[in-house]
Design a binder for this molecule. Structure first.
Ligand code: 6PG
Length: 474
C-alpha cells in the first residue's frame, strides 16, 4: 500500500508506543482496517514493516493530513500518547484537520479531571470526544484489554463494536463498558490502578514475610504463589508473582528478584486514587498505604541511614507464629477490604459527580483483560448487583470469608509487627476492618477536645441537638 493514500480505514490511532502499537494490531486482527500515525515517521514505518500478515489492514501515514485523509468519515481516532499536555497538543493538532462530527478518543491513562475538562471543552464546541481507560499492559492491548469508557453515550455507541471486538472476553462477554459521562471511564481506570497498587503491595508484604520472616528462597516462595493461584486468590497478579519469583538472572545466575533494587516507580494513578479518596471522604486506606509504601521505598539512602542508627529489626518470625496458610488467608482478607474500599470510593464519586457508575458492571469489566483480574471479581459483581450501596465486606459471601480469614490477617500483622517487618497495607486493611466492625469508637474524645478548644459542639448519645461540655474556662 502506498503511504497514506487510501481512504478506507474504519478507525485511526495516533501514538505507536508499546500500548498504541499493540492496540493497533489488535484492532487490525479483529478485521478493522486501521490508519496509524506517529510523530516519528521511522516508528510508523517500523511498525508497518513488523505487522506481518496484518500489514494489509494497516495504513501507515507519515503526516497528520494523510492520516486524516485515510479515515472513513465520520472519523474515529484513538489517541495513545502520554497523558498530560501531550494529549491537549495532539487534540489541537488533529482537530484543526477534522470535520465537526469526527470523534477523538483519548485512550491513555489520563487524569479524570483532565478528561472532564476536555469533555466540557468538546461539548461546548459540539465536538465528539471520549476518554477511555484501557488496562492490561502490553499483552492485554494486543490480545484483549479491559476497557472503561467515559463521555457522551452516543459517542461510545459509535465505536462500541470495535472496542467490544478487541476487548478481553469473560465467558463470552466483552470487558468493555461505558461507565458514564465526562471523566467517568478514566476515573474507573484510576481506581483500578489504585487497587492494583494495593494488591501488589499486599502481595509484596507477604513475600517479605516469607523471604525475611520465614527465610524462604525465591523458588520456594514461587511454589507458594503458584499453589495460591489454584485457590481463592487466583489472579493475574498472583500468577505473575509466582513467575517473577521463579525467574533466574542471567547475569548473576541467581534469582532475579534478589538483584532488583527495592525502589518502586510510579506514574501517578495510585496517587490520584488516594487524593480522590481523601477528597471524597471515602477512605481507601489500603491504597493510601500502598502509595505511601512506594514513596518510602524510593527513599533508599534515608532508609539506609535509619538502619545505621536503629539497626535492622530482628525480622525472623518466632517459630510457629505464622505459616503460609495464614498468609494466604491474610491476603484474602486484605483483598476483600481493599476492594470494599475501592468500590466505596467509586460509589462516593458516582454520587459526587452525578455519574451513576454501574458498580456491578465495573466488577464484570475487571474479570478479564486487566491487571487486577481475579476470580474474586465474579463474586463481587454478584454482590454488587444484589446491593450496590452496601459495603462489600457486608455482602454475605464476603462477610463469611472475612469471618474465616480475619484472624489470620490479625496474626500476620501482629507477627510482622513484632518482628519489625513492615506490612503497611495489610495493617491498614486490618484497621479498617476493625473500625468498621466497632459500634462505639473513641472519637467521642475527639469531639470533646474539639468542643473544648473551639466550641465546635458535639452530639449526645441520649439527646438530640448540638451540645457543649461543662468545660472549665480560666
Ligand atoms: C494497566 C496498568 C497500566 C500501567 C500503569 C501503572 O491497567 O494496564 O495499570 O496502566 O502499568 O502505568 O503504572 P505505575 O505503576 O507506573 O503507576
Amino acid at each position: 500500500m502506498a503511504l497514506g493514500e487510501e481512504a478506507g480505514a474504519e478507525i485511526g490511532l495516533i501514538g505507536l508506543g508499546t500500548m498504541g502499537a499493540n492496540l493497533a494490531l489488535n484492532i487490525a486482527e479483529n478485521g478493522f482496517p486501521i490508519a496509524v500515525f506517529n510523530r516519528t515517521v521511522e516508528k510508523t514505518r517500523r511498525f508497518h514493516a513488523a505487522a506481518g500478515v496484518l500489514a494489509d489492514r494497516v495504513i501507515p501515514c507519515e503526516t497528520l493530513e494523510a492520516f486524516v485523509a485515510a479515515l472513513k468519515p465520520p472519523r474515529a481516532i484513538i489517541l495513545m500518547v502520554p497523558a498530560g499536555e501531550t494529549v491537549d497538543r495532539q487534540i489541537a493538532a488533529v482537530r484543526s484537520l477534522l470535520s465537526r462530527d469526527d470523534l477523538i478518543v483519548d485512550a491513555g491513562n489520563a487524569n479524570f479531571h483532565d478528561t472532564d475538562r476536555r469533555d466540557a471543552e468538546a461539548r461546548q464546541l459540539g465536538l465528539p470526544f471520549l476518554g477511555i481507560g484501557v488496562s492490561g499492559g502490553e499483552e492485554g492491548a494486543r490480545r484483549g484489554p479491559s476497557i472503561m469508557g467515559g463521555g457522551p453515550r452516543t459517542c461510545w455507541d459509535r465505536v462500541a463494536a470495535i472496542l467490544e471486538a478487541i476487548a478481553a472476553k469473560y465467558e463470552g462477554s466483552a470487558c468493555a463498558t461505558w461507565m458514564g459521562a465526562g471523566g467517568a471511564g478514566h476515573f474507573v481506570k484510576t481506581v483500578h490502578n489504585g487497587i492494583e497498587y494495593a494488591d501488589m503491595q499486599m502481595i509484596a508484604e507477604v513475600y517479605g514475610i516469607m523471604r525475611d520472616g520465614l527465610v524462604m528462597t525465591p523458588p520456594a516462595i514461587s511454589d507458594v504463589f503458584a499453589s495460591w493461584n489454584n485457590g481463592p486468590l487466583k489472579s493475574y497478579l498472583i500468577e505473575i508473582s509466582a513467575e517473577v519469583s521463579r525467574a533466574q538472572d542471567p547475569v548473576s545466575g541467581g534469582p532475579v528478584l534478589d538483584v532488583i533494587l527495592d525502589r518502586a516507580g510510579q506514574k501517578g494513578t495510585g496517587r490520584w486514587t488516594a487524593i480522590e479518596a481523601q477528597h471524597l471522604a471515602a477512605p481507601a486506606t489500603t491504597i493510601e498505604a500502598a502509595v505511601a509504601a512506594r514513596n518510602l521505598s524510593a527513599r533508599l539512602e534515608e532508609r539506609m541511614s535509619g538502619q545505621a542508627i536503629f539497626g535492622a529489626a530482628p525480622q525472623r518470625l518466632e517459630a510457629g507464629a505464622v505459616n503460609v496458610e495464614m498468609l494466604e488467608q491474610a491476603l484474602v482478607a486484605g483483598k476483600i477490604v481493599c476492594y470494599a474500599q475501592g468500590f466505596g470510593l467509586l460509589a462516593a464519586a458516582s454520587q459526587a459527580y452525578d455519574w451513576s457508575l454501574p458498580l456491578p458492571d465495573i466488577a464484570r469489566v475487571w474479570r478479564a483483560g486487566c491487571i487486577i483480574r481475579s476470580s474474586m471479581l465474579n463474586e463481587m459483581a454478584g454482590a454488587l448487583a444484589d446491593n450496590p450501596g452496601r459495603n462489600l465486606m457486608f455482602a454475605a459471601h464476603f462477610a463469611e470469608q472475612l469471618k474465616q480469614t480475619q484472624e489470620s490477617l490479625r496474626r500476620v500483622v501482629a507477627a510482622s509487627s513484632l518482628a519489625g517487618l513492615p506490612a503497611p497495607a495489610l495493617a491498614a486493611a486490618l484497621s479498617y476492618f476493625d473500625t468498621m466492625r466497632t459500634g462505639r469508637l473513641t472519637t467521642n474524645l475527639v469531639q470533646a477536645q474539639r468542643d473544648f478548644f473551639g466550641a465546635h459542639s458535639f452530639e449526645r448519645v441520649d439527646m438530640e441537638g448540638a451540645h457543649h461540655g461543662p468545660w472549665r474556662k480560666d
